[in-house]
Design a protein around this ligand. Sequence first.
Ligand code: AMP
Length: 508
Amino acid sequence: MTSANLFARMSSGIADPARLAIETPDGLSLSYGDLFDRAAQAANALTALGVMPGDRVAVQVDKSPDMVVVYLACLRAGAVLLPLNTAYTLAELGYFLSDAAPRLMICRPSSLEVVRNLARTVGVAHVESLGIRRDGSFAAKIAGASDTFATVPREGDDLAAILYTSGTTGRSKGAMLTHGNLQSNAAALADLWRFDANDVLIHALPVFHTHGLFVAINVTLLAGARLIFFPAFDADAIVAALPRATVLMGVPTFYVRLLGHAGLTRETTAGIRLFVSGSAPLLQETHLAWRDRTGHAILERYGMTETNMITSNPYAGERRAGTVGFPLPGVDLRIADPETGVELARGSTGMIEVRGPGVFRGYWNMPEKTQQEFRPNGFFITGDLGKIDDDGYVQIVGRAKDLIISGGFNVYPVEVEAEVDALDDVLESAVIGLPHPDFGEGVAAIVVAAPGADLSEHTILDALKDRLARYKQPKRVIVVEALPRNAMGKVQKAALREAYSDLFSAQA
Ligand code: AMP
């Protein structure tokens, strides 16, 4: 029987089981043979707990190779992985457990007791623990299980994972991702980015999010390449690993922080063939500074939990700063009128909509919400506003919900941010719309000064006068120490809007 099981696809490409799959700084390295055998043991442990194909397995553990083992075990057993951000509180966990109704929850050893108590109240049958040093009750079950397991056949549209989106408004939604979604996207990226078994990828991303879990891990394992697995981002450790690696995948903050490290040079990066950035906008300034320092052009790509990766700058060819490149092979991408869904002419700014093999099956338990986010012709409404330039490069101008409408005019935050960021003494900025008694929304800029610089609201407002149309100019500037960001480096604009919600009404 042919199977679309992603694990079957990964394992079929491994010619030499003795090749290293995962290397860690603390010596917990695994060959492909070790990794797949351990995944078989973990799959047997899941099955012994009554986990059946289609059952959800929630996992909230610290990052270690055993998280990859649990992921592969779920694929092998046909179970649906539900990775949870380690920052979620017990109350948040309660929501995910009651919404997804997993058969099993795997948590950190230190929270076993409280999670068991919670699980009882929401009807989750089993709670096990897994630590980063092969400790915890589930690690013991893995150790005691057979390393022979017949991978469960799966169809392309069978679920492989549910990832809850980091929704800032309303309830967090569980995006249902299939074996076919993950497999097609990983294969497209591995091909486009020319991965092969000699690649060594520096992995310092979290493993509960699409970037670190699917883009980085699936692409590497599909190619039979190696992961250097770091528990978290650490600039010293990454700079030290650069000479042993060929690829780095990161969020923009990684690149900004590495630029602040004296060890980042042409010499230390000479063996790297590809730097990839995604999950949040990479400033042009960062792209240029990186190229000056290392001689490498960072490849920026764009995607989201619901769609997998959608666009990428080219491997060979111009990687254009400030753009996210071209749609991946097999992805239909169009710019549409946000209200009517009618496709707009090339060069217009509108809603980015996509259709293709990576687009998810819908939101778990939310059929109406799912229906609202798709057009009748199957295009998924991403919620991102963007445009396509004359050469076909896609440019993102921001989330639709971050669009500012001031006095009836549309203000795209990214355009104002680019001008603010270009000013001397500015490190970075976030431009938001706040309730305003006259204009509906007023433009406000939240700005971080460059190290050692002394910024005032007045100097910024003055400097922007000739650079932006009047309606786009911020009416207020607030200088702060740092912008609030989530684990993927995304600026939390909803939090800023809340914090400064009465900025203009207080004035009136
Ligand atoms: P998530 O589902 O958490 O991966 O978030 C997806 C969102 O991140 C997208 O809808 C975009 O708003 C944003 N995003 C991802 N990659 C990029 C990028 N290269 N540039 C700008 N925004 C991005």
